[in-house]
Design a protein around this ligand. Structure first.
Ligand SMILES: NC(=O)c1ccc[n+]([C@@H]2O[C@H](COP(=O)([O-])OP(=O)(O)OC[C@H]3O[C@@H](n4cnc5c(N)ncnc54)[C@H](OP(=O)(O)O)[C@@H]3O)[C@@H](O)[C@H]2O)c1
Length: 258
């Protein structure tokens, strides 16, 4: 497995990261096929496989149902192996997303994530944007609250999982990390990734397989992962899966990338 610097955070991340949406949520997702919540036994095996393959970053969120709580149990013994990334700003309850980017909610949300993840520090916290990136960055005070948590030593780095190119460009100068969408069919955010590279801001990639669409065909899957890996500035490609065989397939593609 290849490792890369996450901008100037001092955190080294595996080129492939693990997205944990399906660890805790089944409703309201845009994947091509619906799935059941995996058992804790299956997730224990998946995480052991991921660790053995050299994956060290896992991405969760309060909006991913019981994903954080489950990871709190699953990661406890091997906490130091993992770079844990979670989010603030969105919750998902009773089939609905709700957003709150206020400093008060941000501080309370991170403290709740610390409890759920059963840890005394979170490596990366991203704002889970609802699309109003500029307001989040400039008006709500969300990033200032995250800076405060960083000063207190509760989080190591922060950033935004933005939804617009303009938001991503703004975020690069104010954050340690951005989470950008990048796949063969969605290249609009290349300027954000390029600017992040120039500013040494870490870049996590979401939806590299177009949320599963690009995974149906092995050639398209390989092309998509290689494309993200070869894009200068990319630190870690976070691919969502609960399937060990899929994980291994993705690792095999990325281990061949030089
Ligand atoms: N912050 C945000 O706004 C945001 C939004 C979206 C995503 N994210 C993060 O980014 C991560 C990745 O995005 P994503 O999950 O939407 O999309 P993705 O990684 O592009 O695709 C995930 C889908 O691809 C399937 N898959 C993965 N590897 C496969 C393989 N080798 N063969 C066949 N199918 C495969 C998975 O199903 P199986 O489980 O069957 O493998 C899953 O349905 C998320 O998990 C999350 O951590 C963040």
């Amino acid at each position: 497995m290849q490792y890369r610097e996450l901008g100037k955070t001092g955190i080294r991340v595996s080129l492939l990261g693990l997205g944990a949406v399906k660890f805790g949520r089944t409703e309201g997702l845009k994947y091509p096929t619906a799935s059941m919540l995996p058992s804790m036994r299956d997730l224990t095996k998946l995480l052991a496989t991921a660790r053995d393959l050299g994956i060290n970053l896992i991405d969760t969120a309060p909006a991913y149902g019981v994903s954080e709580e489950r990871l709190g149990t699953l990661l406890s013994e091997r906490r130091n192996h993992w770079v844990v990334c979670t989010k603030v700003g969105e919750t998902f309850e009773n089939g609905r997303s709700q957003h709150d980017f206020s400093p008060e909610h941000t501080l309370a949300s991170v403290r709740r994530s610390l409890r759920r993840l059963a840890t005394d520090r979170i490596d990366v916290v991203l704002v889970h944007s609802d699309g109003n990136d500029r307001d989040i960055i400039e008006k709500h005070g969300t990033l200032q609250a995250l800076e405060q948590l960083k000063q207190e030593g509760l989080i190591r780095a922060f950033g935004i999982s933005h939804k617009s190119v303009a938001g991503g460009m703004l975020a690069v100068d104010r954050c340690d990390v951005v989470m950008a969408t990048l796949n063969v069919d969605h290249q609009d955010e290349l300027p954000v990734i390029e600017l992040a590279r120039a500013r040494r801001c870490g870049v996590l990639i979401k939806k590299a397989l177009d949320s599963g669409d690009a995974a149906r065909d092995p050639q398209r899957r390989t092309r998509s992962l290689e494309f993200a890996a070869h894009t200068p500035g990319v630190s870690c490609i976070v691919v969502g899966t609960t399937d060990s065989d899929h994980l291994l397939e993705n690792v095999n593609v990325l281990c061949a990338v030089r």
